[in-house]
Design a binder for this molecule. Sequence first.
Ligand SMILES: [Zn+2]
Length: 95
Amino acid sequence: MLKFLKFALEPTPEIVYNIRMKKTFQATSKAPVLDEFYAETFGVDRVKSVETGTCVSCGGDVLKTSFRDSLSFKEFTISGLCQPCQDSIFGYSEE
Ligand SMILES: [Zn+2]
């Protein structure tokens, strides 16, 4: 049971890879007002972008972008941003 919960909450890179192969992304639910904000800011439907594997910011194919870790992938399902866009927006420094 705990294993299942961990699976559901934190996809491992292998699971993420399988998800990407199937092109079945699941966007996290957000308040409609936020999705409206996304539509106005990026001109795209966040949920649709996540589900089709497209970055809301650069329009790039997320399937071709590898995420650094499960957290970054989760961020994609929330923000719809690919790894390079996450890095440029949130900042990233190798330590
Ligand atoms: Zn991008």
